[in-house]
Design a protein around this ligand. Structure first.
Ligand SMILES: [Zn+2]
Length: 718
């Protein structure tokens, strides 16, 4: 996923509030290679990079440049903003809004590099700087957005927006700025501003406590096993890992099954001992419900605080406040999308449950399928039905061929762009590669950095970042980077990928394209600076090309023999995509509905006394309370929505997937993989970034609003 920029005027905040599929994982420390005395010389962030496309001068960047870079960047932006606020001329679009877009150049440069490295190549030093500067950057943003002189100018322009003769993109920019100020609290009187500040501080404190409790509850919840025989079903490496984990806690000779973040736990797919499965599942599902790590009072208070903040800002609920800025626009629209899917998804989950029950009965189990049984028996059904053998597939997915003959070649066929590797630009790690991105006529578009391999200094997952956002106003061309965690093969051997890794390469390149093919005037509206329920649309759209027959034919070849992948294997990959989708989709939807309900509490409602009763009632009301399919996250360990910045937003993944599936089906129905189709999509969606309302962009491309039909097919639910 890409990180969502929110505002050039406060890049810092934008980068701090990046979008991720999971909350940031802790990253292991690395050796600090940068206490270099040469930092006394020029700080490379203070002036534009002299490199092509203003590429980051990684050869000159040292850790010691960050703090002074942030300080100087904030100081400069404060001065730039002060000049706008005190301009004696009456406010105009140019001297206020465009002027704001031009501020913060140095702060943007240091932030983009710093927050990228904090995810992709971190260190103790970088983490310490982040802890120190995150609150400073948030305060810096507030100082700008709560400046009454500045807001008076923006507000006056906004009131006159229809008489200023603005083109649509400029008008949208003005509206975005106004909304940003209003949502930060610029309209409030001093007493209300003080109350907002106190509520924000209390919220931040509770979020930190939630996170700390969850971390401890997750660690404490690890299940200790005395007898190796009880681990039957786990493979040798998992057993070794469990023994190592126990030893690390001073439990020599025992085995420790650590918990991961979702309700569902990976070991449940293979543990044969039913009683042990139950123990692991209950340890997971009861996190945050008792003892010193009890999160119940914290979430109840967080829900109440958010309701009060929404009320202060003039919204009926927190969800209404959050969604007002999204493509869905209202909690009702997001909720309706989920509700529309409930019947098909529940029916599929019930059918999957029946298959599993039949297997349990055949084996003479004599029990009803429980949540801790599902994965174990689903895996048996999967193996019997699809025989999807990873080892048979990988030889056809050699990394370099997937990248060049798969991803790059497909993008050339669709969009006319070519990627040509260059080795003259500095990088932050020797495994990072740089490519020129050229348009069909050979003209330069920007730069693409590729950082695909796992290493201890990188956090988990896959994502896209931009070092430079495209902007005609600032004369900048895009510089973007894709990050993944592919385990690299030993020296001299080819790196062979799983299909999931192949699909993720297409996905992340979809985000990269959104940044690269951006054709916006203003940085605030460029590239992936779009609502989070829209941002995963271009990425998921590109995913589906990975299985298009002519695309497969060009890249999926055996790394030794060059033989094309057998159709039988492709068929199994496609069939396996639909496997267990009833369970997967339902557990996700249950969590998304729970999230929306917690954030639709009204400011004047009495505080929630019984968190578990609230949760039960919510799931029952929506008809998603299947005993064997619990929500992906229960309330007390739902880190996305309490501390994670995804409050009232967990629905967004599925919302964006609906757009992607609907758009892809449309493309396939109108000629499939052609230059014409690529060009149409490029102009209508990729080039436009956030320059118009997302639904308007979509309808202009598709000719109508999206429906869920294609998504149901994509997930094999119909
Ligand atoms: Zn993504």
């Amino acid at each position: 996923m890409p990180r969502l920029s929110v505002l050039a005027v406060a890049t810092a905040l934008a980068l701090a509030a990046c979008s991720r599929t999971t909350p940031p994982e802790s990253t292991p420390p690395m050796a600090d290679a940068s206490t270099d005395p040469s930092v006394e010389t020029a700080n490379p962030f203070l002036d534009p990079s002299p490199l092509p496309f203003e590429a980051p001068p990684f050869d000159r960047v040292r850790d010691a440049h960050f703090a002074p870079g942030f300080d100087a960047g904030m100081r400069r932006q404060r001065a730039e903003v002060e000049a706008i606020a005190t301009n004696p001329e009456p406010p105009s679009f140019e001297n206020t809004i465009v002027a704001l877009e031009r501020t913060g150049d140095a702060l943007t440069r240091v932030s983009k590099v710093f927050f990228h490295l904090s995810g992709a190549h971190t260190s103790d030093r970088i983490q310490a700087i982040e802890a120190e500067y995150a609150p400073k950057l948030a305060a810096h943003r507030d100082e700008i957005l709560l400046d009454p002189r500045l807001f008076a100018r923006v507000d006056a322009l906004h009131a006159a927006r229809d008489t200023l003769g603005l083109d649509p993109e400029s008008k949208r920019l003005l509206e975005r700025y106004h909304l940003m100020f209003v949502r930060a609290g610029a309209r409030l009187d001093d007493a209300a501003k003080a109350r907002l500040k106190a509520l924000n501080a209390e919220q931040a404190d509770l979020q930190t406590r939630f996170q700390a409790n969850l971390l401890k509850a997750t660690n404490d919840g690890a299940v200790v096993v005395d007898d190796r025989a009880r681990l039957a079903g786990l493979d040798a490496s998992a057993i070794t890992a469990a023994a190592d984990a126990a030893r690390a806690r001073g439990l020599d000779g025992k085995f420790l099954l650590a918990l991961t973040n979702t309700t569902r736990q990976p070991v449940l797919a293979s543990l044969e001992d039913r009683e042990l499965r139950r123990q692991v599942w209950e340890a997971s599902a009861n996190r945050g419900l008792s003892g010193e790590t009890d999160n119940r009072a914290i979430v109840a208070r967080l829900a109440a605080i958010r309701a009060e903040i929404a009320g202060l800002l003039g919204y009926p609920t927190w969800a209404a406040y959050v969604l007002d800025d999204q493509m869905a626009k209202t909690p009702e629209a997001a909720g309706k999308l989920l509700a529309d899917l409930v019947p098909a998804v529940v029916a599929r989950a019930r059918a999957e449950g029946a298959d599993i029950q039949a297997l349990i009965d055949r084996e003479g189990g004599g029990f009803t399928v429980a949540p801790w049984d599902w994965e174990y028996y689903a895996e048996k059904v999967r193996q019997a039905r699809y025989e999807l053998d990873e080892a048979a597939i990988r030889p056809y997915f050699e990394f370099e061929r997937v990248l060049k003959d798969g991803v790059f070649a497909t993008m050339e066929r669709l969009y006319g762009i070519r990627l040509v590797e260059r080795t003259d630009l500095p990088v932050y790690h020797p495994e990072v590669r740089v490519f020129d991105v050229l348009d069909a006529d050979g003209s330069p578009i920007g730069l693409f950095y590729a950082d695909y391999f796992a290493r201890p200094t990188k956090r988990g997952g896959a994502w896209m970042d931009a070092f430079v956002d495209q902007s005609h106003l600032l004369g900048k061309q895009p510089v973007v980077v894709n990050v993944m965690n592919i385990p690299k093969a030993p020296e001299g051997q080819p790196t062979l990928l799983s299909y999931d890794e192949v699909r993720t390469m297409f996905h992340e390149f979809g985000h990269a394209l959104h940044g690269l093919l951006s054709d916006a005037r203003y940085p605030l509206l460029a590239g992936t600076n779009v609502p989070r329920d829209f941002v995963e649309f271009p990425s998921q759209y590109e995913e589906d090309w990975s299985l298009e027959p002519s695309v497969l034919a060009s890249y999926a070849k055996h790394h030794e023999t060059g033989e094309p992948i057998p159709q039988a294997l492709v068929d199994r990959i496609i069939a396996a995509r639909g496997f267990n989708q009833g369970f997967d989709t339902l557990e996700y939807m249950a969590a998304a509905l729970l999230d929306l309900d917690w954030h639709q509490i009204r400011p004047d409602a009495p505080p929630v006394e019984d968190v578990e009763a609230f949760e039960r009632a919510s799931l029952a009301r929506h008809g998603v309370d299947l005993a064997a399919v619990p929500p992906r996250y229960r309330t007390t360990y739902f880190a996305h929505v309490w501390p994670g910045g995804y409050s009232a937003g967990y629905y967004a993944y599925l919302w964006a997937e609906i757009l992607a599936a609907d758009a892809y089906a449309h493309t396939m129905a109108t000629g499939g993989l052609t230059r014409e189709n690529g060009e149409r999509y490029r102009r209508a969606i990729l080039a436009r970034g956030g320059t118009d309302d997302p639904m308007a962009l979509y309808v202009a491309f598709r000719g109508r609003e999206p429906t869920v039909d294609a998504l149901l097919k994509r997930r094999g639910l119909r």
